[in-house]
Design a protein around this ligand. Structure first.
Ligand code: NAD
Length: 282
């Protein structure tokens, strides 16, 4: 897709970090942008920041949406299609982090992280793609996965499981759309460390019903994440890469040059029957 001005984008997890940067970047291209997030306050601030940066009030729509809920995501799609009649770019971006040793973390951890990071994407695909297909127009779906969906790492199993699954869903979507010769294209966004609020929001947005004790291993993973995020790249540079991927129809977006080498080494180690070296996500 080359021409974005006047078209419609939807971004989940738009209240903060990569989602906010994506929404801002798409608005700067002249798109009408629907911002969705589970956090009402962050959502209002995000909309305000887009308007302050020059977006017209009528070109920014907000809706509270918990992406773990099929109903919420369907309501979001209904609202955007009813308001603007189309969706051209869909960014399934909302996500949370849960780390710890595989044998320590309870089912609630997996339910929480898979609910957002996998089911959020599945619900997004099911709510929006049929209507995008029906229009027969060009369009693009960007799923925020992670380099943690391609490279294993210790003490962050729940997150890695969810991101490998998110990448699998994204690749499957892209292949299915190719099989039916659709004009819709797909990008798997696989960032390394990006300076965002992921550590804090993952705690804040966790439903009480899926609470779990913070064991030493999980605390270690959270502390390491907080430190790595601080050293990460700016979310705006990730958004620039996504814009380029939409324009060049690029499937995979990596954000850190050394990840290509780490990925190559992983494949070689796997083919040799070896456990890959833990990846360097930074
Ligand atoms: N920051 C990184 O280093 C990094 C690296 C790789 C991948 N990612 C992925 O990028 C995506 C965005 O994360 P971020 O780093 O910008 O973090 P962030 O915390 O700054 O933003 C995430 C947003 O998602 C929202 N959210 C959380 N649960 C939600 C739900 N159930 N429904 C709707 N919204 C929800 C949060 O309120 C928040 O506004 C996530 O999928 C994350 O896994 C981040």
């Amino acid at each position: 897709m080359q021409d974005l001005a006047g078209k419609v984008a939807v971004v989940t997890g738009a209240g903060s970090g990569i989602g906010l940067a994506l929404a801002g970047r798409l608005a700067r291209e002249g798109m009408r942008v629907a911002l969705a997030d589970v956090d009402d306050h962050a959502l209002a601030q995000a909309a305000e920041s887009l308007r302050a940066a020059g977006a017209e009030a009528a070109a920014v729509l907000t809706q509270r949406c918990d992406v773990t809920s099929e109903r919420d995501v369907t309501d979001l799609a209904d609202h955007v299609f009813a308001t603007w009649g189309a969706v051209d770019v869909l960014c399934n971006n909302a996500g949370v982090f849960v780390g710890g040793f595989m044998w320590e973390r309870p089912p609630a951890d997996f339910e929480f992280v898979l609910g957002v990071n996998l089911w959020g994407i599945v619900h997004g695909i099911r709510a929006f793609v049929p209507r995008m297909l029906e229009r027969g127009a060009e369009g693009h779906i960007v799923n925020t996965c992670s380099v943690a969906g391609m490279l294993g790492s210790p003490i962050s199993g729940p997150y890695g499981v969810s991101k490998f699954a998110a990448l699998a869903a994204t690749e499957a979507l892209a292949l299915d759309l190719a099989v039916v010769e659709s004009k819709l294209k797909v990008t798997a966004l696989c960032p390394g460390m990006v300076r965002t609020n992921l550590g804090a929001t993952s705690q804040e947005n966790r439903p009480a019903a899926l609470g779990a004790p913070l064991t030493e291993d999980a605390k270690f993973a959270n502390d390491a994440l907080a430190q790595y995020l601080d050293e990460g790249i700016a979310a705006e540079s990730v958004a620039d890469r996504v814009l380029d991927a939409i324009r060049t129809e690029r499937f995979l977006v990596l954000t850190h040059p050394h990840h290509a080498d780490v990925l190559r080494a992983r494949v070689e180690q796997l083919i040799a029957g070896q456990l890959p070296d833990p990846a360097d996500f930074r």
